[in-house]
Design a protein around this ligand. Structure first.
Ligand code: ASP
Length: 330
């Protein structure tokens, strides 16, 4: 039993997604509208939550209500500010974020990159989601929320993590890996951090540690900035060319000049000779080029095509966020 002195608050921030989605037909798990139900109502419909909370208080706040395919910088800024605000409160033990599955890995990586390391190395930020809408015959959201709260309260938990289908993934490694199944996320060859089994955690590796990559003042800038640098992702494939990169270098009136390109290269960072030449032209014009891999597992080893930077193990979408932050902060 927890003594009164040790009772803490868990804050759940809602951003939308399928977990908050509804459909007029309970048997329809794909023809629904995401982001319809408020986070307070979602929590009210989780059986067993009071038991898992064991006297701790649950607070909720609606930060946004979006389908995460439409996630953008304005929501990210609001979310980072609210997470930081709540984590800074000594009474708050953890923050849970409900999110769509489509871009969850990007939001998780963004939060890990911009939140003060001292805060997230002391308390967990737990993102959770669902593959079926709240109105489904058999929704997965309530169980995922229950598991997320269990993780939020687990002794020693810290860092930005994602919880889905009984599995805890680190922000660095998590990737949506299935279009339909409930177990839609993977940590690739890094493996998950833990499993959640009936509210208990089976820890497989250490909780993620964040490193303070940027100065505190620089992060303040990100949270208010309106002009995010334009960084695009291109892919290498058989029969590819440099046409897309060359087109992106032309700044049409009213569009923002290209500042960076992440290439989802083949294999260990290999590039079609024509795409490579176009990327070289872009780099010569001052555009930052980073090579990631379109492979779901593994990392681009630094030796492949040394003239372009490698993504340090980040997937293309996460490498894009890292490059944007780098362009803004360094
Ligand atoms: N399109 C939805 C979203 O990302 C998918 C989901 O949540 O599963 O918000």
């Amino acid at each position: 039993m927890v003594s009164d002195q040790n009772l803490k608050k868990i804050v759940v921030l809602g951003t939308g997604g399928t977990i908050a989605g509804t459909s007029s037909d309970a048997s329809d798990n794909i023809g629904y509208t995401a982001a319809q139900v408020g986070v307070a109502q979602l929590l009210a419909e989780v059986p067993g939550l009071t038991g898992v909370l064991a006297g701790h208080t649950l607070l909720s706040e609606q930060v946004a209500q979006v389908d995460s395919k439409d996630m953008g910088f304005v929501v990210w800024q609001a979310l980072a500010q609210r997470v930081r605000h709540h984590l800074s409160n000594a009474d708050v033990a953890a923050v849970v974020v409900t999110h769509g599955t489509d871009t969850l890995e990007e939001t998780a990586f963004f939060l890990q990159s911009v939140l003060p390391a001292a805060l997230i190395n002391a308390k967990p930020v737990v993102l959770t989601a669902a593959m079926r809408p709240a109105s489904s015959l058999s929704p997965d959201g309530p169980q995922n929320l229950l598991d997320a709260v269990a993780v939020a309260l687990a002794t020693g938990a810290h860092g930005v993590v994602a919880v889905c289908s009984g599995t805890v993934h680190s922000a660095l490694d998590v990737q949506k890996s299935h279009t339909y199944r409930l177990d839609a996320f993977s940590s690739g060859d890094a493996g998950p951090v833990a499993y959640v089994e009936e509210g208990q955690l089976r820890l497989l590796r250490n909780w993620p540690i964040a490193h303070a990559e940027y100065l505190h003042e620089a992060i303040e800038k990100i949270l208010v900035t309106v002009d995010w640098p334009r960084v695009e992702i291109v892919m290498n494939y058989a029969g590819g060319s440099g046409a897309v990169v060359d087109a992106m270098l032309q700044t049409a009136p009213g569009t923002t000049a290209l500042r960076g390109v992440v290439v989802a290269a083949t294999g260990n960072g290999t590039l079609h000779v024509d795409l490579e030449a176009a990327l070289r032209r872009a780099q010569a014009q001052g555009v930052r080029v980073v090579r990631a891999s379109r492979c779901a597992n593994g990392r681009v080893l630094p030796t492949a095509v040394a003239e372009f930077a490698h993504s340090a193990g980040l997937s293309p979408v996460k490498a894009r966020i890292a490059l944007m932050l780098d362009l803004m902060l360094r």
